[in-house]
Design a protein around this ligand. Structure first.
Ligand code: FES
Length: 95
């Protein structure tokens, strides 16, 4: 299934990870910690991640910023950090 989920990082508490399955079936991952003030972002429609605290939005495929907090420009905050993962027999592993 294509789309995003947010999961706990099994190695670091309070550092959830957003996993996104692309249209080709590969998986990309980014930190799910909002770069504004650290809330956990949520999967949202149209392959986006939305911060529930102040409304920042990010693109799931690459973690780039759509808009910053409270509707501010994308340049107001930094993108979500990429997390390296590998998929083996359908399971996703941090790498
Ligand atoms: S903590 Fe995410 S927009 Fe403020």
């Amino acid at each position: 299934m294509r789309g995003s989920i947010v999961v706990d990082n099994p190695h670091v508490s309070n550092q959830p990870i957003a996993l996104y399955r692309t249209s080709t079936g590969s998986v990309v991952a980014h930190s799910a910690v909002c770069t504004h003030q650290g809330c956990t972002v949520d999967p949202a429609p149209s392959s986006t991640l939305q911060c529930p605290c102040h409304g920042s939005a990010f693109r799931s495929p690459d973690g780039s910023v759509i808009n910053g907090p409270n509707g501010s420009a994308a340049s107001a905050i930094t993108p979500l950090a990429r997390v390296s993962v590998t998929v083996v027999n359908g399971s996703v592993y941090l790498s």
